[in-house]
Design a protein around this ligand. Structure first.
Ligand code: ZN
Length: 379
């Protein structure tokens, strides 16, 4: 099956083609054409009508959507999240877990494996274990009852059910250094937050190869002039990949501006960290057994702590574009290419021949009007 996307305003990392065309053959992009070039025949033509056509977004930190949480442990929860993420322009995501019991984690990850045998919506590129290996002093909205020390055995058992791509843990906890080495040996990307680590702790794991900071600024040591903490580490270390929740609640607009000023746009990953209230109205919800109230789109525990976001992926891109004014050929790296690089996700994140045909067609406000996954139009 060949599909030709015509009249496309193509935006890909460092590339902009105002009126181009893209040929999708099977699950792959087989050609990109400039204006005026002779176009090949296809089984199906799609007229993008001059709209932005970009690589499908990759959300590497998402707990839930549309009333469902990845950890609900039901096939319905997984398929609802995966199908509805398409409405945000997301074509791949990491199913992100909470600090809960192993049996619950195993059940949820088993449902993800089942879903991927016949995916109907966005693809689950792997699992992101957020916890349970966090610092109990930096819980955020994680459940204290299930916090434990770094335990590679648990990661191995879960990884056997469906591939774990990333583990977020506190690097200062006992056993964190050998744990980091083991993750890297397994091909899993180590990442940190929910941490009280000082900069010296970061230097130690950095030498072992850790270079990811999950939800940057949130639940990590701030920048201080006598210890630059994890925020300082993320800004100082050029190689560090950082996740940003750009809902203007988790991080204020000035911090977003500062991060994009100091960091290369090749090291920033936009994430939602969305919980089940994303795509829903304000009200009462739960997150890993904790009560959450959503008011004006802000999800909070009873103690006031933010409990994930209700951000839709493309809103994050819109916010960043408005706040930084950076060109889309730069910003589009932060919506998929960088994730692919730090997580070894293969041929995702570019509109070039040989890459996977995961593509979004966007309105001026970045809301998607069409989404292609593995070459098939799914929205
Ligand atoms: Zn978190």
């Amino acid at each position: 099956m060949k599909t030709l996307i015509k009249n496309a305003h193509i935006i890909s990392p460092d590339i902009e083609i105002i009126n181009g065309a893209i040929l999708l053959e099977g699950t792959t992009i087989s050609g990109v054409f400039l204006e005026g070039e002779k176009l090949p025949n296809a089984d199906k033509n799609f007229d993008a009508a001059g709209k932005i056509v970009a690589p499908g977004f990759i959300d590497v930190h998402v707990h839930g959507r549309s009333g469902c949480d990845f950890c609900d442990g039901t096939p319905k929860a997984i398929s609802t999240i995966a199908n509805d993420k398409l409405k945000e322009g997301v074509t791949s995501f990491l199913g992100t877990t909470l600090t809960i019991a192993e049996e619950q984690l195993a059940t949820a990850i088993g449902c993800a494996a089942d879903y991927m045998r016949n995916p109907t919506g966005a693809k689950i590129a792997g699992i992101h274990l957020e916890g349970p290996f966090i610092n109990p002093k930096c819980l955020g909205a994680q459940n204290p009852d299930f916090v434990q020390l770094p335990n590679i055995g648990l990661v191995k058992r879960l990884n056997a059910i469906y591939p774990v791509k990333k583990v977020t843990y506190a690097i200062e906890m006992e056993g964190a250094l050998p744990f980091t080495r083991e993750l890297i040996a397994m091909g899993i990307t180590p990442s940190t937050t929910h941490t009280a680590a000082c900069y010296a702790d970061y230097e130690k794991v950095s030498k072992l190869g850790l270079k990811n900071l999950s939800h940057f600024c949130n639940q990590m040591t701030p920048l201080h002039h006598r210890d630059i903490g994890m925020v300082g580490a993320g800004l100082l270390h050029d190689e560090a990949f950082i996740e940003l929740i750009c809902d203007k609640l988790h991080i204020c607009p000035e911090m977003i501006k500062l991060v994009f000023k100091v960091k290369s746009s090749e090291r920033i990953q936009l994430i939602t960290d969305a919980m089940r209230a994303a795509g829903m109205s304000d009200g009462e919800y739960d997150l890993g057994g904790l009560n959450v109230t959503v008011k004006d789109g802000a999800a909070r525990l009873e103690n006031g702590a933010l409990a994930g976001s209700t951000l839709l992926y493309y809103h994050g891109l819109k916010n960043v574009r408005e706040i930084t004014g950076k060109p889309l050929t730069e910003l589009i790296k932060a919506t998929s290419w960088n994730q692919t690089q730090t997580l070894n996700l293969g041929k995702l994140g570019k509109i070039e021949a040989g890459f996977t045909a995961d593509i979004v067609v966007l309105n001026d406000d970045f809301s998607p009007t069409a989404v292609f996954v593995d070459g098939l139009q799914k929205l």
